[in-house]
Design a protein around this ligand. Structure first.
Ligand code: ACO
Length: 498
């Protein structure tokens, strides 16, 4: 049996341009596909079938150069399916069937290793070249020249703000920094050792109850207010979580201060009438927030889009993003980097630690490797420079020496080089946060405050994308076939359910 794909014969079909949306549910796809095949006089069996049935606004014809030929060795049938933007639509595989009763061909892609779930105009990454751009602007330029709220505006609106647009954006966000007094009360219900990410996720989810009008997600004004509220209140909630875990009184926002300076004031202010943060710290927070603001379809953004696709309010969708970010393989990695460095204890222990990692006993070099970047993460370069600026104020410590030694040894070791494992953004961020005296378990909270800007832009893009529907993947069932129920319990001892 032939095992290679063979280009199928292309049926002579004139494809007309149509604004009709492609069917997205499988039932709809089924009936659509058989209808279009029948109406175009295409047979299901015994001859090549042209499957250009998902009509796109920007294509008028499927030509030999923008299509994929598939030969099904099970049936000896050939198919041609359209290729657009370097992708085929998985639903175009459905008519490829081994038999009449066959469900149709699916693609199997655990962890979305090679599946695009959306079309997005927000963030561009070239993982091999180490390129990251928001709305076309290189991350290096934004980190050097822009403010975080300017970047948040850019992510949401697609363009940089004019002065008057920026003034209004700043005004609206500043106006909404306060949270309802009851929020303090339920935060006080957490134990002193509650993880701040759990507190943050819970309090953001609770915002949904404070703003029920946010459920009106197709009203542009409601969406705008919800986005403003989330950007405005995240620093306040994050700072309240910090103060609670320290047993310190909550500090209200100081709306005369800019975004990052106000955040640091809510974190650190004690009895002084106004807290003045070190300019190096304010700059570090701004830059780190910009670097973390978006990163296209990462795990937490995918969570926000998937949960948001049920048309829940944005507070609930963002809460789900915070929980996804909490995991040690995602935003939790910066916390894990610090714990790893603490466990290593001294630069002289680095070589033996690296050997342990290479031995594959489960320990990974945290802060190294990335699903997308197969070269130096461009954010990591900026963070490393930023660390130097912060350390000029705080002084270098042994943890930095350990990190530098880890990087030096790993980048020269074939294990890491051959797997294209380079430092990611989290490798040095933890060291900066530590130098600024943030507790280790608070690092991911800082990430969440920044990423809220990206989550909101991605959430709204998903909502307004007419192709999107409730996210609902398929599965390959590998469990039992039908079998009769026969209780394994001892009927004499069986406890009544009622
Ligand atoms: N240390 C040691 N080995 C590693 C590491 C690491 N940090 N990362 C990957 N590898 C190895 C794997 O063991 C595997 O080796 P093998 O081919 O011999 O089996 C190979 O590299 C490929 O690894 P995968 O797990 O398949 O790569 P994937 O793309 O799925 O994982 C991830 C990416 C999760 C980021 C991974 O590199 C990792 O666990 N890194 C450490 C955690 C971390 O820093 N996460 C932060 C990511 S950035 C962010 O979320 C902001």
């Amino acid at each position: 049996m032939e095992s290679v794909l063979v280009r199928g014969r292309v049926a002579e079909v004139a494809w007309t341009h149509s604004r009709e949306r492609p069917p997205v549910t499988l039932a709809a796809a089924d009936s659509y596909l058989s209808h279009t095949r029948a109406s175009r006089g295409l047979k299901d069996h015994g001859e090549s079938v042209h499957m250009g049935t998902t009509v796109r606004p920007d294509t008028t014809a499927v030509t030999a150069t923008d299509s994929l030929g598939i030969h099904d060795n099970r049936t000896s049938k050939s198919y041609t399916i359209p290729v657009s933007d370097g992708a085929i639509r998985a639903v175009d595989l459905r008519p490829i069937r081994a038999s009449e009763r066959d469900f149709g061909l699916m693609s199997y892609d655990p962890a979305f290793m090679n599946t695009a779930s959306c079309r997005s105009a927000i963030t561009y990454i070239d993982g091999d070249a180490g390129i990251l751009r928001y709305r076309g602007y290189p991350i290096e330029q934004l980190a050097e020249k822009a403010s975080f709220l300017e970047v948040a505006y850019l992510l949401r609106h697609g363009e940089l703000p004019t002065q008057s647009e920026y003034d209004r954006w700043m005004h609206d966000i500043t106006y909404h920094t306060y949270v309802h007094e009851n929020v303090k009360r339920f935060l006080e219900g957490f134990r002193y050792d509650a993880h701040p990410m759990s507190m943050l996720a819970s309090s953001v989810a609770a915002m949904s109850a404070f703003y029920p009008e946010a459920k009106d997600i197709f009203d542009p004004q409601q969406r705008y207010v919800s986005i403003i509220r989330l950007l405005a209140k995240l620093p306040t909630l994050a700072a309240f979580c910090y103060r609670h875990s320290k047993g310190l009184p909550f500090v209200y926002p100081d709306n005369d201060l800019p975004y990052s300076a106000n955040f640091l004031s809510m974190i650190a202010r004690m009895s002084e009438p106004r807290y003045e943060a070190s300019p190096a710290f304010v700059r570090a927070i701004e830059v780190l927030f910009i670097l973390h603001a978006d990163h296209e379809q990462n795990c937490s953004t995918n969570a926000v889009r998937a949960v948001g696709s049920s048309h829940v309010d944005p507070f609930s969708a963002v809460a789900s993003g915070i929980l996804a970010l909490y995991g040690p393989l995602h935003g939790g990695a910066n916390e894990q980097v610090l714990r790893m460095i603490e466990a290593i204890g001294h630069p002289k222990n680095v070589p033996s630690f690296i050997e342990e990692v290479k031995g594959g006993k489960g320990q990974r070099l945290m802060g190294f490797g990335h699903r997308v970047y197969k070269s130096y993460d461009p954010r990591a370069k900026i963070v490393k420079q930023l660390a130097d600026e912060v350390f000029k104020v705080t002084g270098r410590d042994k943890d930095l020496e350990i990190a530098l030694e880890l990087e030096r040894i790993a980048l020269a070791d074939d294990y890491f080089v051959s797997r294209k494992l380079y430092p990611n953004v989290d490798f040095y961020t933890g060291l900066i946060y530590r130098a600024m005296k943030f507790p280790t378990d608070f690092f991911t909270v800082l990430f969440a405050v920044a990423r809220t800007a990206g989550w909101l832009a991605q959430w709204e893009e998903m909502l307004l994308d007419k192709e999107q529907k409730i996210a609902r993947p398929r599965q390959i069932y590998v469990g039992h076939a039908e079998r009769p129920y026969v209780s394994q319990l001892d009927y004499a001892k069986k406890v009544s359910k009622f």
